[in-house]
Design a protein. Structure first.
Length: 198
């Protein structure tokens, strides 16, 4: 099975889940994720509502295979309470359309784990661009998360992620997904790709 780039901001990239920017429209033959980034949570309520309506419409499209990137970020965006409220709305979209979530999480891992336990989502949650230590990765794995690694990652962490819970991504890197995967101790086994390919 070919390697899937689970998260990229490079438009037009084949074999990748392209993060749609607000107002962008999916192109036939490519696959996408659509979500409201935590950095955008300080926008006025009316704009948040409009963006979430757009995400809900996009989520129904076949080309959109995931919701995100969404999540929580203690360093940027609105207050964590506001971010959480907006995140919950995106979880509801994910659950209603039966598509997984791609998560941006910065210094809010206890909160994202609490939300997963509380909401008990049927859909998978993928932490994108994970750079944390093995102990945190192990905790996330116990809680049922999938983990995606990009250009920068902790090698010890990569060694403990099971191949069936591991994804690779380019995000904004100039490297190809194959070049990033070559740096890992092993490649994802691809069995989890089916969550995106319907």
């Amino acid at each position: 099975m070919n390697l899937l780039d689970v998260h990229t901001h490079h438009p037009g990239r084949e074999g990748a889940i392209i993060n749609l920017a607000p107002g962008e429209t999916p192109v036939d033959g490519l696959i996408y994720s659509a979500g409201l980034h935590p950095w955008d949570t300080a926008l006025p309520d009316r704009e948040i509502d409009s963006r979430l309506d757009e995400i809900s419409r996009l989520a129904a499209r076949r080309e959109v295979v995931a919701i995100g990137e969404s999540g929580l970020d203690r360093l940027r965006g609105a207050s964590l309470d506001r971010q959480e409220a907006i995140f919950r709305r995106q979880v509801a979209i994910s659950e209603s359309v039966g598509k997984p979530m791609i998560l941006h999480v910065v210094k809010a891992f206890p909160e994202i784990m609490r939300l997963r336990r509380e909401l008990s989502p049927a859909q998978p949650w993928v932490i994108h661009g994970f750079r944390g230590k093995p102990q945190l990765a192990a905790e996330l794995l116990r809680e049922g998360f999938y983990i995606s690694l990009g250009e920068r990652f902790n090698r010890e962490t990569a060694e403990i992620i099971p191949a069936d819970r591991l994804f690779v991504e380019t995000d904004e890197s100039r490297l190809s997904v194959e070049e990033i995967a070559a740096r890992l101790p092993y490649k994802p086994d691809g069995s989890a790709y089916s969550m995106f390919i319907q």
